[in-house]
Design a protein around this ligand. Structure first.
Ligand SMILES: Cc1ncc(COP(=O)(O)O)c(C=O)c1O
Length: 405
């Protein structure tokens, strides 16, 4: 295992050589890709490109081997119990849609309940809403406490209503708050519910061991973890995956078709209709293999150090409403300049070459409850530097001064 060296780490991303003037703090939206990922994708297209699974020819067999090796590598990365538990999809949104749709036909009956929290990304709200309303299933929402954390007392009370499915994010994409996910999973399981974890931000922050976590499903997007866009992972325990009715049909997911009925293929193919994102899977596996070699505890400590510096700097800027807590925070800070629209603050930061996101961060219900138009979100990655922290604080000070002058 290599020790984490921030300078060497950043040096592996050509993006920063091509954009030397920028401070990139929009990592919760998407991360940059190290050369090892870009090279794996390029190399696949230049040397190995063919469709997978169907071809009789050697080139297709080579592509199939590389694609299936990617599945093995990703299974190892999250310590899945079996390779067929890794379902490739386009990302966390696609995975959550597949789960919400797939469980309606098998597990959830009219009158049943699904439980989510008030801190979810739209991708973990709207698919449930869409399918619950069509199937007569009630969607309950756990409220937040005064620190914008999931109210654990209310969570326990809503679990007493015996939801069949409990679905929540590992880490809030708005605030960076890390949920007590292991505790929440075990509480939900104790009531007999199926557990779905939106790991889009969680997988970025911590080493994930899905067997230790013991959720039925854990979903994530490749592009937020140094991988390409268009690829993601729906991990599920085998028995849980078997409960899912496929949302898409066609291609390799079928073993027999006739005009009266069709038989579906075995896992993982049953849930992977059509030509998959072969290069994407290979690129994501390259990211995972690369991360396996880096000391993840040191990475976490480095990011925590940047976050501490950032919070310390924020204290010196007057007139801010800081929504995020520094405690149990994965490196995301949402804030507002009092009385100012977040879009205006984000634009003034943009003019100073600091890339952040201003708005509602796909969490409209959260901001509606607070009566806020949104927030400016600073999200840190291990390739950020102490200079990035200082520059962004300076830019925020200037933005606040301009707006409040
Ligand atoms: C917590 C969370 N869930 C789900 C998503 C959706 O991810 P994607 O757009 O890659 O499908 C995001 C993306 O921001 C997220 O942060």
């Amino acid at each position: 295992m290599q020790p984490f060296d921030p300078v060497n780490f950043r040096g592996q991303f050509q993006f920063f050589q091509h954009n030397p003037g920028w401070v990139y703090l929009d990592n919760a939206a998407t991360m940059h890709k190290p050369d090892v990922v870009v090279n794996a994708i390029t190399s696949f297209y230049q040397r190995n490109n063919s469709n997978v699974h169907r071809g009789a020819h050697t080139l297709s067999q080579n592509a199939t081997r590389a694609f299936e090796q990617a599945r093995d590598d990703i299974a190892t990365f999250i310590n899945a119990g079996a390779r067929q538990q890794i379902i490739f999809c386009s990302g966390a949104t696609a995975a959550l849609n597949q789960i919400a749709f797939g469980l309606m036909h098998t597990v959830l009956q009219p009158g049943d309940r699904v439980l989510i929290t008030a801190l979810e990304h739209h991708a973990n709200i709207v698919p449930w809403q869409l399918h619950c309303s069509r199937f007569g299933v009630t969607l309950d929402v756990v409220p937040l406490d005064t620190e914008h954390k999931v109210d654990q007392q209310a969570f326990a009370e809503l679990l007493a209503l015996k939801p069949k499915v409990v679905s929540f994010s590992h880490i809030s994409n708005v605030l960076g708050h890390i949920q007590p996910v292991a505790h929440m999973i075990s509480q939900a399981k104790a009531t007999g519910a199926l557990t779905v974890i939106d790991g889009a931000q969680g997988i970025v922050h911590d080493k994930i061991d899905v067997q230790a976590l013991d959720a039925d499903f854990y979903v994530w997007s490749g592009h937020k973890l140094y991988g390409p866009t268009g690829i993601g992972v729906l991990y599920g325990k085998t028995a849980a995956l078997e409960l899912l009715t496929p949302i898409f049909a066609g291609g390799e997911m079928i073993s027999e078709v006739n005009f009266s009925h069709s038989l579906f293929n075995i896992l993982p193919f049953r849930l992977e209709a059509g030509t998959p994102d072969i290069a994407g899977a290979i690129g994501l596996a390259a990211a995972c293999n690369w991360l396996q070699k880096i000391n993840s505890e040191q990475v976490k400590n480095y990011k925590a150090m940047l976050l501490k510096q950032f919070f310390a700097g924020l204290k010196k800027i007057g007139g801010l409403d800081i929504l995020s807590s520094p405690v149990h925070n994965a490196g995301i800070v949402a804030l507002n300049v009092q009385g100012e629209h977040p879009a205006d603050v984000a634009e003034l930061l943009n003019q100073q070459a600091v890339a952040v996101r201003g708005g509602q961060h796909c969490a409209m219900p959260f901001f509606s409850q607070l009566g806020l138009a949104g927030a400016v979100r600073f999200s840190f990655a291990p390739y950020n530097t102490e200079a990035d922290v200082a520059t962004s604080l300076q830019a925020l000070t200037q933005a606040a001064e301009i707006l409040t002058a």
